[in-house]
Ligand binder design. Structure first.
Ligand SMILES: Cc1cc2nc3c(=O)[nH]c(=O)nc-3n(C[C@H](O)[C@H](O)[C@H](O)COP(=O)(O)O)c2cc1C
Length: 328
């Protein structure tokens, strides 16, 4: 068997100059490459973008972008618009009236930190001004929502990151950005959360509260929040594996899983969090330096100090049971 004395680019080898055994070696190596047994060094590419989705999904993608002020209406206008069609409201419950029913016992308040986080989970829009959210708290919030729990490589899946949220096909398309308005543990500015190194990468320095207030359709909670989080999806990672409607659905299913982890973590870390699902895509893309063909903003969050550690305006389980006259 002959060996090459130094690494060679297999595509550039001139087989006419090689001995038979080396030619065999080259053809076997090429076969391994074709079958995906061998992968080139630094193979990850940035070629997959929205262009690789089929046309209907591309349409859905671009139609989903909200850029015009007319797309927004104030909460006041929305209230009166909805009020006009109050009588058209679809039922908020579903029941199979003629089916046999098995009554379930009322849930118990079993002792668990998870249950506490779940029952205290709530959208808390108005938080106290607070500048002492520690780096440790930020790390806990970011890591357990979008951080890497493990890394794997296999031939079918390629590189995969496993997180504390489920991700479609292990593609882990979500990225998180942080915009700091008043927290002292880090400078004011826009940061990207690096999954690879559990760190914050400064993108732009400055106080972007007014800009974010406008981007979020003038929602009042942005005026008092300590910081904002922005979740995005790297659609190229998804499109590499899923190129049809399933890919588009996957993006938002993952974003929803991320949302719930953020809410539960905020609840456990005694922070107030509120999601904002309406925002001006073009503007936010430009502040985050996103390539809109590859990455889409999925949600904004306000995060601050929780005023009250229990749920606001909601009954306890016991009060709910009594009010609804449920079994027991
Ligand atoms: C996809 C999505 C988008 C939302 N967008 C907004 C928003 O723009 N502004 C806001 O104040 N709340 C927003 N919310 C929060 C909901 O209003 C809130 O979850 C709902 O009223 C139930 O209240 P709870 O979360 O306290 O249980 C959004 C929630 C979801 C799931």
């Amino acid at each position: 068997m002959l060996y090459f004395s130094s690494p060679k680019d297999i595509e550039k080898l001139n087989t006419n100059e090689l001995e038979d055994e080396s030619i065999n070696l080259v053809s076997v190596t090429k076969e391994f490459i074709n079958k995906g047994v061998l992968v080139p060094v630094n193979f990850a590419k940035d070629d997959y973008s929205i262009d690789t989705f089929n046309k209907s999904i591309q349409y859905f993608y671009w139609a989903n972008k909200e850029d015009k002020d007319e797309n927004y209406q104030s909460t006041y206008n929305e209230f009166w618009e909805l009020n006009k069609k109050r009588y058209l409201q679809p039922s908020i419950y579903k029941n199979y009236a003629s089916s046999k029913t098995i009554n379930l016992p009322f849930p118990t308040e079993f002792s668990s930190d998870l249950l506490k986080s779940i029952t205290n989970r709530q959208s808390i829009r108005y938080t106290l001004h607070n500048n002492d959210i520690s780096l440790q708290t930020l790390s806990n919030l970011l890591y357990y929502s979008n951080g890497e729990a493990s890394y794997a490589f296999d031939m079918g899946m390629g590189e995969a990151i496993f997180k504390y949220i489920p991700t479609p096909g292990g593609r882990a398309s979500s990225e998180l950005y942080l915009v700091n308005f008043e927290v002292n543990s880090i400078p004011y500015g826009i940061f990207h959360y690096s999954v690879k190194s559990n760190s914050l990468e400064l993108i732009k320095k400055g106080n972007f509260r007014k800009i974010m207030f406008n981007i979020a359709g003038n929602q009042e909670q942005v005026k008092t929040t300590s910081l904002m989080l922005i979740s995005t999806s790297r659609i190229d990672r998804i499109a590499w594996k899923y190129q049809d409607a399933a890919g588009y659905r996957a993006i938002y299913l993952e974003a929803g899983a991320l949302m719930q982890n953020l809410y539960l973590l905020a609840s456990a870390l005694e922070l107030g969090i509120g999601v904002i699902g309406t925002f001006k895509d073009k503007e936010i893309d430009s502040y985050l330096n996103l390539d809109p063909d590859k990455e889409i903003v999925t949600a904004l969050y306000t995060v601050g100090k929780r005023k009250n550690l229990t749920r606001f305006d909601r009954p306890t389980l016991e009060e709910y049971r009594k009010a609804n006259d449920q079994n027991g």
